[in-house]
Design a protein around this ligand. Structure first.
Ligand code: UD1
Ligand code: CA
Length: 457
């Protein structure tokens, strides 16, 4: 089926008091425009375009690859914005085109699909998705005839007191027949309170042309929630947060107290995993079954396999193997791959490194640009010295090695299988398999040279 879409995202966010375009405001860390484009993707839209204006380049940069953009260089209304996509309309004259606002992130694929079925069944030229609100202020009102036929959409600023009492409002989402949309756009004028080309006038035009215009009422009014200021953005975040947490709990995730928990709508979390307060999960994270995440933990675009604990730690763009224990107070930076049953403990920083199964890095350690094998014990205070001030170098430690406390591994260097490094050693050259490396000053004792017992303050 030929369905395509136009997303309007050229408006400025004056009331947001931001230097950035409004459609980039994040809801649960995800720019609003991407909620909309993801919805279109799950609807199965073949061709999607976005009309950009304010901060056009910034918006284009976050859009999925291959999204067409049209520039609206002057903001002259929603109808004018759709005119910018004339090309796309011309290519889909016999298809159905959905028009959405980029600042209404909760538009739902299910509602769009049901509205499309209705649009087709009715043979409509335009189908407006509407909703009934207790407080309709600010929205375009749906005006119907006595027998319920759709007559027009009247904007708040153009509405008389009686029209303002109508509680059914325009969501800003519509299905159009391509050919009708093209014709209706050519008939729009800007004779209204705002002097703009209103897309909403296409309804009146359909009625005048004796073509069918219908409204499909969404059973869920929340899908139309939009953002005009920071307070509303915060409200949307709270709404989205609760929705995501409820879905996760329904799927078997344990969230005993939701305080300070924020989870991206794109995260997947397995059943019997417990999420503790203060946990933030951003982006496309995948967390397995039976994990305990938190308290006070940040996961970002990472994979945490079944049975792990991640306690008071941060994990960025990395993978943690099953049944591993992370934290408390571990910092895992991008590019790490940790094997199964590993232990990464307190005040350990890892970056761009792999750590094999059953390896233990328990305390006060920096591992950067390194490949550590399986079953290794890394003592307290070990540092891979990966940077000489000019370039970064890699460290390799093979299976079963023992790295004593306070060892410096000066990269590039390799510690072979089963080697043993004595505490306090600075390793500057490769250590062969099965050997002991020790490199430190021999201890001397000078008798009676201590002045006495230190008593403290
Ligand atoms: C619009 C509808 C209103 C509806 C409401 C739902 C019109 C005339 N009114 O009003 O009936 O109830 O949405 O939220 O359509 N945009 C552009 N270029 C422009 C103007 C707007 O791209 O020149 C984009 C904005 O970025 C935004 C969307 O169109 O994503 C809606 O524009 P906005 O100014 O917010 O319209 P509303 O006044 O809310
Ligand atoms: Ca709006």
């Amino acid at each position: 089926m030929d369905i395509s879409s136009i997303v309007l995202a050229a408006g400025d966010g004056t009331r947001m008091k931001s230097e950035h375009p409004k459609v980039l405001c994040p809801v649960l860390f995800k720019p609003m425009i991407l909620w909309v484009t993801d919805c279109l993707k799950s609807l199965g839209v073949k061709e999607s375009c976005v009309v950009v204006g304010n901060g056009a380049e910034e918006v284009a940069a976050v859009l999925p690859e291959g999204t067409r953009t049209y520039l609206q260089s002057e903001r002259r209304g929603t109808g004018h914005a759709v005119m910018m996509a004339a090309d796309l309309i011309d290519q889909h004259l016999d298809g159905d085109i959905v028009v959405l606002c980029g600042d209404a992130p909760f538009v739902s694929a299910e509602v769009l699909r049901n509205a499309l079925d209705y649009h087709r069944a009715q043979g409509a030229a335009v189908t407006v998705i509407s909703a009934s609100l207790n407080n309709p202020a600010g929205y375009g009102r749906i005006v119907r005839s006595r027998d319920g036929a759709l007559l027009a959409i009247v904007e708040e600023k153009d509405a008389d007191p009686k029209t303002k009492q109508i509680s059914e409002v325009n969501s800003g989402a519509y299905w159009f027949k391509g050919r009708f949309l093209k014709e209706a756009l050519s008939k729009l004028t800007c004779e209204n309170a705002q002097g703009e080309y209103y897309l909403t006038d296409t309804v009146k035009i359909a009625v005048e042309l004796n073509q069918k215009a219908v409204a499909f009422t969404s059973p869920d009014a929340d899908i139309i929630k939009g953002v005009n200021n920071r307070r509303q953005l915060s409200e949307l975040n709270r709404y989205a947060r609760d929705k995501v947490l409820n879905q996760l709990m329904d799927a078997g995730v344990d969230i005993p107290l939701s305080d300070g928990i924020l989870i991206s709508p794109d995260a997947q979390i397995g059943p019997d995993t417990t999420i503790l307060p203060g946990t933030i999960i951003q982006g496309k994270c995948v967390v397995g079954k039976g994990c305990v995440i938190g308290p006070d933990t940040l996961l970002e675009n990472s994979v945490v396999e079944d049975g792990c604990t991640v306690n008071s730690s941060q994990v960025h763009q990395s993978k943690i193997g099953a049944n591993s224990k992370i934290g408390p107070f571990t910092y895992i930076r991008p590019g790490c791959n940790i094997g199964e049953r590993a232990k990464i403990g307190d005040f350990v920083e890892l970056k761009n490194s792999s750590v094999g199964a059953r390896t233990s890095v328990s305390h006060l350690t920096y591992i950067g640009d390194s490949d550590f094998g399986e079953g290794i014990n890394v003592g307290c205070g070990v540092v891979t010295v990966n940077y000489d001030g000019m370039k970064k170098y890699r460290t390799t430690v093979k299976d079963g090695a023992f790295i004593g406390c306070n060892t410096n591994l000066i990269a590039p260097v390799t510690v072979e299988e089963g080697a043993y490094i004595a505490a306090g050693t600075t390793i500057t050259s490769d250590v062969p398999a099965g050997s002991l490396a020790i490199g430190r000053c021999r201890q001397e004792i000078k008798e009676h040279r201590a002045t006495g017992k230190f008593k403290g303050r």
